[in-house]
Write a protein that binds this ligand. Structure first.
Ligand SMILES: [Zn+2]
Length: 220
């Protein structure tokens, strides 16, 4: 049996992922109590209702997030979200917030989901999380693109430096149809290699980002 490691944050009512974007509202559409009138005694159901922005929790970015004519969640083939050979790159945020191409040199990146373990996820749901977080530089994004990475994940608030208005990493990666997963966690539980990465969103048309249950499947 393969061992699975959950790399996703829990999403709950009122939880802020991104300052300035609204928190999800999670409630009953049909409560258990109300459902009783529709079923025989002892049989009840709950149907939830969720109102949220698509950038909530641990989520995947598809090209449509950045480019009007880019592939959306529906257009991207399921094979791009699942069973991707994974690679973890350690980039401790206490040493540097900027993660340049030097972190990825001499690694076999082709066909890989490259997961950047900064340890920033320890600040999730604290005020520290939203600012001065670790990020990839433009030259790192170009290097990852040119060396064949198929997905880049990070356990930080954003893969780009949000202190400026530029978003070169999103532009470079999504422009090359390389998916991005942000707000990962538990990356320290993974080996450097020898696992598959999975982060499959639902199949919405006209939506570019969505929460995923990101997880790693360790090979024996
Ligand atoms: Zn993003």
């Amino acid at each position: 049996m393969a061992r699975l490691i959950d790399l996703s944050h829990t999403i709950e009512d009122g939880m802020i992922t991104y300052k300035g974007l609204p928190a999800p509202v999670i409630c009953d559409y049909l409560s258990r109590e109300k459902s009783k009138e529709f079923y025989e005694a002892g049989t009840e159901f709950q149907i939830g209702k969720i109102e949220m922005v698509s950038n909530t929790g641990t989520y995947v970015d598809c090209p449509f997030h950045r480019f009007a004519d880019g592939k959306d969640l529906n257009d991207v083939d399921v094979s791009r979200f699942a069973k991707l050979p994974g690679l973890v790159v350690k980039a401790d945020y206490t040493k540097s917030l900027a993660i340049g191409s030097e972190y990825f040199k001499n690694l076999e990146l082709s066909g890989k989901a490259v997961l950047v373990n900064t340890d920033w996820s320890k600040h999730w749901r604290t005020d520290t999380y939203y600012e001065n977080h670790p990020f990839l530089t433009e030259d790192a994004a170009v290097y990852l693109r040119d060396n064949g990475a198929v997905l880049v994940g990070i356990d930080s608030h954003n893969i780009d430096d949000t202190r400026t208005r530029r978003r070169p990493v999103h532009t470079t990666l999504l422009g090359a149809e390389i998916l991005i997963v942000e707000h990962l966690c538990n990356l320290s539980l993974l080996p450097e290699r020898g696992f598959y990465f999975n982060a499959v969103p639902p199949k919405f048309k006209g939506v570019g980002t969505f929460p995923v249950r990101a997880y790693a499947e360790l090979s024996d």
